[in-house]
Write a protein of this length. Structure first.
Length: 239
């Protein structure tokens, strides 16, 4: 049975990637997954956080936020305090990118990632991870061309997707309506080599069995492999 947008259970939403979306950041990507749109930027910065100084190793970190108009009801800006959800997601993005970056190859330099949700229709954290990887690759290309680093620190690719059980069906890449109706919801991040970086699973309205978990992870693996193919195609295109 087709989903509301016509997709089959294992289908991703249409993915569109525009590199060089803004002028100043060396890595700048607009990623669209269906109606979810996220601007991901990455910049190269000399120096590391104080607690990493003197170790000869770099750092990769991320910030995430939603524009007030990204959702139906205006979301207040995180001006005075970062809310718990935002903090969780930006830490997730940072962990996922650090998993595929050789921090020693950075020297004492940092890659700073910003993921700003322009429009949300489910899967914003997954889209942020997937788009941030492309932005980081472009920032690294810039650093190599400007002799800021002697070799690429990128070890592998990384992408993420959501999977859930909705109305008794296992669905990949949930939109907002499916996400809010899900009995079980997983966010999965994997490397191009097939290693898991993050598995966030929640029984929203029901528990789930080990067999269901295995089936959801297999479905996520298939979706992420298609996303990694999209990343490769985007990075092969001229900006």
């Amino acid at each position: 049975m087709a989903r509301a947008d016509g997709r089959r259970a294992n289908d991703l939403r249409p993915v569109r990637v525009k590199r060089g979306f803004t002028s100043h950041a060396p890595g700048s990507v607009l990623i669209e997954c269906g109606q979810t749109r996220v601007l991901c930027t990455a910049i190269w910065q000399a120096g590391v956080p104080r607690w990493r100084e003197g170790k000869g190793s770099g750092w990769v970190t991320a910030e995430y936020d939603m524009l007030p108009s990204a959702v139906g009801d205006r979301k207040p800006r995180n001006r005075l305090r970062v809310d718990g959800r935002t903090q969780e997601i930006q830490r997730l993005i940072g962990r996922c990118l650090r998993a595929v970056i050789d921090l020693d190859a950075l020297g004492e330099n940092s890659i700073l990632i910003d993921c700003d949700v322009l429009q949300a229709d489910g899967g914003t954290r997954a889209a942020s991870v997937t788009g941030a990887y492309i932005a980081v690759c472009d920032a690294v290309r810039y650093a190599l061309s400007h002799k800021q680093v002697s070799r690429s620190p990128v070890l592998d690719s990384v992408a993420a997707v959501s999977v859930g059980r909705v109305g008794g069906r296992l669905l990949v890449d949930l939109d907002h309506a499916e996400d809010t109706a899900a009995d079980v919801d997983l966010n999965v991040a994997m490397t191009g080599a097939g290693g898991f970086v993050e598995i966030q699973g929640t029984g929203e309205r029901a528990s789930f069995s080990r067999d269901e978990l295995d089936r959801m992870l297999r479905a996520a693996d298939g979706g992420i492999r298609r996303l990694i193919d999209e990343q490769d195609r985007a990075l092969r295109r001229r900006r």
